[in-house]
Design a binder for this molecule. Sequence first.
Ligand SMILES: [Zn+2]
Length: 464
Amino acid sequence: MKNKILPVPFADSSALGNIFPAIPDQFGAAKLSAQLQFESTQWWQPEKLHTSQFDQLNNVMKHAWQEVPFYKGRFQAAGINPETTKIDQNIFSKIPLLTRQEIQAAGDSMIAKTIPKEHGGRHKIQTSGSTGRAVQFQGTQMVTFFWQSFTLRDHLWHKRDLGGKLAAIRWAGENEGLYPGKSRENWGTAAEHAYQTGPAYFLHIKTETSKQVEWLLNIQPQYLLTFPSQLSVLADNFNYSDSKLENLKGLIAVGETVSDELRVKCRNLWGLEINDCYTCEEVGYIALQCPEHNHYHIQSENVFVEVVNDKDEPCKPGETGRVLVTSLNNFATPIIRYELGDYAEVGEPCPCGRGLPVLKKIKGRSRNRLALPGGGHTFPYFGNQEEYLAITTAIRQYQIIQESLQDIEVKLVVAEDITVKQENDLKQLLNKHLGFDFNIRITYLEQIPKGPTGKYEEFISRII
Ligand SMILES: [Zn+2]
């Protein structure tokens, strides 16, 4: 990014004698400019947001038409010419949904021949993909800028004390941040140049849980960021121990769906609410948790989100459907009506007053749905923790696999042996909640295997 406005680089205003008020450099100024606009746009009514999104979408589609062979063909086939037609919701709905397989097959024809120079340099993005082959495409400095801007918005929405310590336990490549982890003097690029922050600590999620606990006790962070499944394991560990995270003020969940059960568990143990965010590598931030409620606001300045039913029609509040995303700022590999594979429930407008549309729940992927013996699918509910604790306190981890329309395997990690009666009670309780008389088989493991990037799924169906 070239300095076009300021006569001198205000990289560090303290070096120039200004510590109050401090003046950010051009990177910080750009970030604060985005936050200033977000502060206003979040309160816009849905119609105004929608109009502005479509103004931006028209730019993206014109660019895609001119520069991206894949989209030229796709738009032509749908009878759409963005150069001569103003795209509205009606016309937009005629564009076929984009699948992961199509991106894989399209290869370089998805990549823009040129991009506006203001978007900065390009870089490769490779999505990990919980299953199947990786997808490769490109981002720009503009894409990165927006990624960071929404991370910063999340910090500001949840009024985090940026001077505190942030501890993150997650995946970052095969061997990065292995025990004893690594640290940096600030929270990273999202806040950098705009705010001074406290230190951040990182540990690889594949570290043994007891070592994670030791690491956290040593750091005593104000904020803990990790996958919900790991948060659950850590919460259980602290629940059974006298050691405490004395300074903990906030929990940040990433990468997996957050259950109501986990929210209750963390509330009971730490008196804290989980702040969840919904992101994907393809378009960045999709939704952030409302600062006042447990549901999510779509980040409409970054992405146009549709939730559609089996007929590809928009879902109404209370309905669950497939999530389609359209990036408003990636000009290197435009992502238009991409079917992520996730399901979400549409929410009513939020009482907080923000006009950003609401997702009530992020529900997971196709394979996380239970196939019902009588036909159809549902996201299963297994009951609450107390019901299981009433049968046994030995369960440390579990995973439920639907093998067929009649058969379910329950994998358990236990601290002590479970009796036959307890097994039978567990099966009965599970079937009560699932609403069917499944043949349930319980197996015991040392640990539950995780996905390729350390993610864990509570329920997987083999018959999608
Ligand atoms: Zn809200």
